[in-house]
Design a protein around this ligand. Structure first.
Ligand code: SAM
Length: 351
């Protein structure tokens, strides 16, 4: 899985306990990102629908959520990856933009990304292997990048991992049914379902996923966009169509309230934290529209920017970080007895 801001790796065990205790057969992961939570639900045998507005998230969801491992010929998949891995480097847009004009990857790896991505369109477009191979490529590129985990900037000196050669791994596919959808949570959320359980993990602040992961957007779109700035961001990052209401202080509370209210699910689980634009009381009130509400709190490390400090454009440390930990919330909403049962299960009190 790629490095991803707000990824819920640490919450997966507790979310798994909640999903199991709800005896869910169907679930929605509405801001699926890496799909890590959707994958955990699918591993319980749940039919999951994974939604996100990011192009790369849709690719991950098609690979890990919508693909039933039993339908994939493992030899075909391994052969296809071996063929792609054998291609000689072929410098193109990716190498020029992200290895020469900027320094996100070493040119020898960039040239291989160009060659593999071109071959994917040439040899595998429209096949069921396509999202699996593209997922493998994005994850391989992520393992040899030269960033701190976001693509607004690259590090001053090449990261040690960037010297390693790009390696395509076989994605760990899961057995079972699932669905991948790309779209806006506010528009799409209410149209889907009904589900036994809906998990909502929206962005918490003004930091946009579209710009933080613009290279993955481009690697999927493969559209050679004009770009701007030191990080070579896609010019359409300036368009309103690529902006999410969840990254605006003004629009986010109403949008979140609408999604929480309108999603069709018996149980709703909402992730949030204590340093965003909406207070815990306001979140509780939003969720109360669905019935009873229980809140779980988890002490957590803050996002990478807070860990590495504040730097000026030449990479010098210029400010101090006020704190490096925060509280992650999980709000569970639904019928009173069920919510109490799920909260106990989440805390590990009930099996
Ligand atoms: C906190 S991250 C989710 C992380 C995910 N749970 C994981 O563990 O990988 C928030 C996600 O919301 C997506 N997003 C932002 N605005 C959205 C919108 N309006 N509709 C759907 N997804 C959106 C982002 O692309 C990002 O993947």
């Amino acid at each position: 899985m790629i490095k991803y801001l707000g990824s819920k790796r640490r919450l997966v065990p507790v979310l798994t306990r909640i999903c199991r205790a709800a005896s869910a057969n169907t679930a929605l992961d509405l801001f699926t990102g890496t799909t890590r939570v959707a994958q955990a639900f699918k591993q319980l045998g749940v039919e999951v629908t994974a939604v996100d507005r990011a192009r790369y998230s849709e690719v991950f969801a098609r690979c890990y959520v919508a693909t039933d491992a039993t339908t994939v010929d493992k030899d075909d998949l391994r052969d296809a990856l071996a063929y792609l891995a054998s291609l000689p480097g072929e410098p193109g847009y990716f190498t020029d933009t992200f290895c020469v004009q900027s320094r996100f990857f070493q040119p020898f790896n960039g040239a291989r990304v160009d060659a593999i991505r071109n071959a994917l369109d040439h040899d595998f477009a429209g096949t069921s292997l396509y999202p699996l191979l593209l997922t493998s490529l994005i994850e391989a590129a992520d393992r040899v990048d030269s960033t701190t985990g976001v693509q607004m900037a690259y590090v001053k000196e090449w990261a040690p991992r960037s010297y390693r050669p790009l390696e395509l791994h076989v994605p760990e596919l899961l057995v079972g049914r699932g669905h991948a959808r790309r779209g806006d949570a506010v528009a799409l959320g209410p149209q889907l379902g009904p589900f036994d359980l809906a998990y909502l993990d929206p962005p918490y602040n003004q930091h946009r996923y579209f710009t933080n992961y613009h290279i993955w957007e481009t690697l999927v779109a493969w559209d050679d966009p004009a770009h701007y700035g030191v990080a070579c961001k896609r010019v359409d990052a300036r368009d309103d169509t690529t902006k999410s209401v969840f990254n605006t202080r003004r629009g986010m509370p109403e949008a979140l309230c609408a999604v929480v209210r309108d999603v069709q699910a018996r149980v709703l689980v909402l992730s949030y934290n204590d340093e965003s634009w909406v207070s815990l009381d306001e979140l509780r009130e939003m969720c109360a529209a669905r019935g009873a509400v229980e809140v779980l709190e988890f002490d957590s490390k803050r996002y990478v920017g807070a860990q590495i400090g504040i730097h000026n454009p030449s990479g010098e440390r210029v400010g101090t970080v006020s704190h490096v930990r925060n509280l992650e919330y999980l709000l569970i909403a639904g019928e009173r007895r069920e919510v109490a049962h799920l909260a106990r299960a989440a805390r590990g009190v009930d099996p």
